[in-house]
Design a protein around this ligand. Structure first.
Ligand SMILES: CC(C)(COP(=O)(O)OP(=O)(O)OC[C@H]1O[C@@H](n2cnc3c(N)ncnc32)[C@H](O)[C@@H]1OP(=O)(O)O)[C@@H](O)C(=O)NCCC(=O)NCCS
Length: 236
C-alpha cells in the first residue's frame, strides 16, 4: 500500500446544483476552479469521502475503508507536508478532492528509480458520483502536475487498480507510463522543470479559485442572513 492511502467553480446543472449547465459532452465542459485546501476544510473533506460508495472507496484507497478509517485518514492529512486540492460547488460542497502526498524518495522505492530529486509525490483523487464525466478529475490531476513542477518534483506517481478504466484513461491521456502487476497499476508522469509560465499559471489559477470561493461564501452568507428576515423564505 502506498503512502497516499489511510487529495470548480462549477456553476448549475439540472441534476447537480453547483455544476455549470453546459452539459457533459466534450468541448462544452464547465469551467472548473481548483482551490488549494487548508486544514479548515477537514469537515468538508470528511463529508466528501464518507459519501463515496464502497466501490469508490476501493478504487480510491485500494481497500473498502470503513467510516472510522476514513475519519482517521482525514484527521491525519498533514497539510504542512502535503497539498490537497478541491473543487467546490455553489453550496461549498466538495465535488472533487485531489491529495498530493509528498515523501522522501526512499519512501517509495518503485518511484526512486525514476528520479534523482529528493522528494516524490503520489496523487490520489476522488470525484463525487454526481459530478463525474465533466472534467473535474482531469482538472485536479492537471493542477497536481503543475504544482509538482513548481516545487521541484519531476515524477508524479499514482497507484490504482488496473480495472479502474476511468483513471487508466486519465493517466494514458496525460502520457503517464503505466506498469501493471497483479491487478494493480503504477503510473508515472515525467514532468518538465518549472518555468515562469508554470509558476504564473498556478498562481493565477489559485487566485481565480480563491475569488470564486469568496463569492460563493459571501453569497451563502447573504442568503442565510436574508432567510432570517421575517417574510422571506430561503430557496434551497
Ligand atoms: C476516477 C475519477 C476521479 C474520475 O473523475 P471524473 O471527474 O469523472 O473524470 P473526468 O471527467 O475528468 O474524466 C473522465 C474521463 O474518463 C473517460 N471515461 C469514462 N468512463 C470510462 C470508461 N468506462 N472507460 C474509459 N474511459 C472512461 C471519460 O470519457 C473522460 O475522458 P475524456 O476527458 O477524454 O472525455 C472518478 O471516477 C472517481 O472519483 N472514481 C472513484 C475513485 C477513484 O477511482 N480514484 C482514482 C484512484 S486514485
Amino acid at each position: 500500500m502506498s503512502f497516499n492511502d489511510p487529495a470548480a467553480a462549477v456553476g448549475n446543472a439540472p441534476n447537480n446544483p453547483g455544476v455549470a449547465s453546459v452539459g457533459k459532452s466534450k468541448g462544452v465542459r464547465p469551467t472548473i476552479f481548483v482551490k488549494e485546501l487548508s486544514r479548515r476544510a477537514r469537515r468538508r473533506l470528511l463529508r466528501h469521502f464518507l459519501a463515496l460508495s464502497s466501490g469508490d472507496r476501493l478504487l480510491r484507497f485500494g481497500s473498502v475503508l470503513s467510516d472510522d478509517l476514513i475519519t482517521r485518514y482525514v484527521e491525519n492529512i498533514d497539510f504542512s507536508r502535503d497539498t490537497v486540492f478541491g473543487v467546490y460547488d455553489r453550496k461549498l460542497r466538495l465535488l472533487g478532492v485531489g491529495h498530493l502526498a509528498f515523501a522522501p524518495r526512499q519512501a517509495l522505492p518503485s518511484v526512486s528509480s525514476f528520479t534523482t530529486k529528493e522528494r516524490v509525490a503520489e496523487f490520489g483523487v476522488s470525484v463525487a458520483a454526481s459530478a463525474r464525466g465533466m472534467g473535474v478529475g482531469s482538472r485536479l490531476f492537471e493542477r497536481a502536475a503543475i504544482c509538482c513542477r513548481n516545487v521541484d518534483i519531476d515524477t508524479l506517481y499514482m497507484h490504482c487498480l488496473s480495472s479502474n478504466k476511468v483513471m487508466m484513461h486519465i493517466a494514458k491521456k496525460a502520457g503517464m507510463a503505466i506498469h501493471r502487476d497483479y491487478g494493480e497499476a503504477d503510473a508515472y508522469l515525467k514532468l518538465p522543470p518549472a518555468n515562469p509560465a508554470s509558476v504564473l499559471q498556478e498562481a493565477v489559477e489559485e487566485q481565480v479559485a480563491i475569488i470564486d470561493y469568496t463569492v460563493k461564501a459571501n453569497l451563502r452568507a447573504v442568503l442565510k442572513w436574508l432567510s432570517g428576515l421575517p417574510g422571506i423564505r430561503r430557496d434551497r
